[in-house]
Design a protein around this ligand. Structure first.
Ligand SMILES: [Zn+2]
Length: 422
C-alpha cells in the first residue's frame, strides 16, 4: 500500500483504513502517514533516510508497538542521506542576502505571488532559489509586516525589520538537533537509554539490557572510540585542502606518502600526521567522519572532500565526535558467525537448531521478526549454557525480565527435553 502527498484525500483515507483494518500489512509511505491515528499493532517502522531530529524520529518510531508488545525500528541511511535534511534546515532559515533579494523582487513584481514557482522572477539570484527558501523568506517578510495585503512595502534592505540574528540562531539550533540525531544513530549506547536521557530524564535512564541492537550485541561491531587527536588531525588536513582533493589523496597526505602526485598537498602541517596507519584505514576514518556529519563529499565526477561547520567545531574541540577506530575492527560478521558455530559442541549445535525452529514458529505466530524474539547470539548462549532455572536464564546475555516472562517457560522446556535425550 502506498501513501503520499500526491494522492487525493479520499485515496489517502482509504489507504489508511485498509492498513488499520489489517487488510494490507505493509505500508510504504511518507512520514505524514499515521499522524493522529492510533494503530496499536504496528510491528516494524523502517525509515529510509534521515529524520531531522531525535524528537521527530522518536515520534515516528513511536508508531510501532503501541500495544506494548515488542516492535522493531530500523533506520536505513548512508552519508549521502544527510543532504536532504541539511537542505531543509538551510532553506527554512534564509540569510539576510536571500531575504533582501526576495523583498526587492516582490517590490518589483508589485504584488505577492501565490505560488513561488509559478512566478518568473527577473532577479537571477531569486530565480535560482528553491521554492522552500523563497517561501521561507516571504514568510519572514510577512511576519515582519513588510508584506501587507499582498503588497510589499519598498524600503532599503538594511532597514527591513527582520531579525536576522534570530533566524541564524534558529538555524544553528536546528543544525545542532540534527547533529544530535546523527550522534544517536552512530553511537554505541543503549538506544532506549539515550532517548530517555535526551528528553531530560537522566535519573530514570538505564540500559534496556535486551531490547535494542546495542544491548543485544546485534549492532555492527565497532572498535573502541578513537582519541580526539587523530580525528582533529584528519579534520585539519581537510580544512587545509578544502575541496581540492579526494579521499584517496587525503589518505596519502595523512599517512605521509612519498607519492609524487601529491604536489603541494605534501607541504601542509598535518602531512604524515597519521604515519603508521594503513591507507585503507584512513579512507575508512574519512568515511566515518562523513557519516558523522563532519565532512562532506562532493557530487562531481572526481569528488573532493570538504569540511562542514560541525567538522570545524570538532576540529576546534568544541564538540567531541565519537568515531570508532577503524584499525581495531574485529573480523567481519560472517566470520564471527562461523566462529560461534565452532564454539558449540555437537549437542549444543543440535539444541541451537531446536531453539531456532522454536523461534521461527514463535515469531510467525506473533508476527514478529525472529530477532525480536531472540537474536542469534542469545540462542547460541542458551545452547551453550543450557540454563535450567529462571535465575540461570536471566544470567544469559539478551534475556531480560520481559523476555523471561514471555518465553522463559518455552525455552526451559526445550532445554530440559534436550538434557533428557540420551
Ligand atoms: Zn538497550
Amino acid at each position: 500500500m502506498l501513501y503520499h502527498a500526491e494522492l487525493g484525500a479520499e485515496e489517502r483515507s482509504l489507504a489508511q483504513e485498509r492498513f488499520a483494518s489489517g487488510e494490507v500489512r505493509v505500508a510504504v509511505t511518507t512520514s505524514a502517514f499515521g499522524m493522529g491515528v492510533d494503530i496499536p499493532t504496528v510491528r516494524q517502522v523502517i525509515h529510509a533516510g534521515l529524520p531531522l531530529s531525535l524528537e521527530e524520529y522518536y515520534q515516528q518510531a513511536g508508531r510501532a508497538g503501541r500495544d506494548g508488545l515488542p516492535a522493531v525500528c530500523v533506520v536505513v541511511h548512508t552519508g549521502a542521506d544527510r543532504r536532504l535534511p541539511e537542505f531543509f534546515i538551510e532553506t527554512a532559515h534564509p540569510d539576510a542576502a536571500t531575504v533582501g533579494a526576495v523583498h526587492r523582487s516582490l517590490v518589483e513584481e508589485g504584488y505577492d505571488p501565490g505560488a513561488w514557482s509559478r512566478v518568473v522572477h527577473r532577479d537571477a539570484f531569486v530565480r535560482a532559489l528553491s521554492d522552500r527558501a523563497g517561501d521561507a523568506a516571504r514568510e519572514l517578510l510577512r511576519d515582519a509586516g513588510v508584506i501587507e495585503g499582498g503588497v510589499a512595502t519598498p524600503m532599503p534592505a538594511h532597514l527591513l525589520p527582520v531579525d536576522h540574528g534570530r533566524v541564524a540562531a534558529h538555524r544553528r539550533a536546528a543544525t545542532a538537533r540534527f547533529g544530535r540525531l546523527l550522534d544517536y544513530l552512530a553511537g554505541r549506547r543503549c538506544r532506549h537509554r539515550d532517548v530517555v536521557e535526551y528528553f531530560g530524564e537522566k535519573a530514570s535512564a538505564v540500559d534496556c539490557g535486551s531490547g535494542c541492537d546495542v544491548c543485544t550485541g546485534a549492532a555492527a561491531p565497532v572498535g573502541p572510540a578513537l582519541d580526539p587527536t587523530p580525528v582533529r588531525q584528519a579534520l585539519s588536513a581537510v580544512a587545509r585542502l578544502r575541496g581540492r582533493v579526494g579521499v584517496v589523496k587525503l589518505a596519502k597526505v595523512l599517512v605521509g606518502s612519498q607519492s609524487r602526485e601529491l604536489g603541494g598537498a605534501s607541504g601542509i602541517p598535518t602531512f604524515g600526521a597519521l604515519r603508521g596507519w594503513r591507507e585503507p584505514d584512513v579512507v575508512e576514518l574519512l568515511r566515518r567522519l562523513t557519516d558523522a556529519g563532519a565532512l562532506q563529499v562532493g557530487n562531481d565526477r572526481y569528488p573532493t572532500v570538504d569540511i562542514t561547520p560541525r567538522g570545524v567545531e570538532a576540529m576546534r574541540g568544541d564538540v567531541q565526535l565519537e568515531i570508532a577506530d577503524p584499525r581495531a575492527e574485529g573480523p567481519p560478521r560472517a566470520a564471527r558467525a562461523a566462529a560461534v558455530d565452532e564454539e558449540l559442541d555437537a549437542e549444543a549445535q543440535a539444541l541451537f537448531g531446536r531453539l531456532r525452529r522454536w523461534r521461527t514458529e514463535t515469531a510467525r505466530e506473533r508476527n514478529y521478526s525472529p530477532f525480536v524474539v531472540f537474536p542469534d547470539r542469545t540462542l547460541v548462549e542458551l545452547a551453550r549454557r543450557r540454563p535450567t532455572t529462571n535465575d540461570e536464564l536471566l544470567a544469559v546475555p539478551g534475556v531480560g525480565k520481559g523476555k523471561k516472562d514471555m518465553y522463559g517457560e518455552a525455552v526451559l522446556a526445550i532445554i530440559a527435553a534436550s538434557l533428557e535425550t540420551p
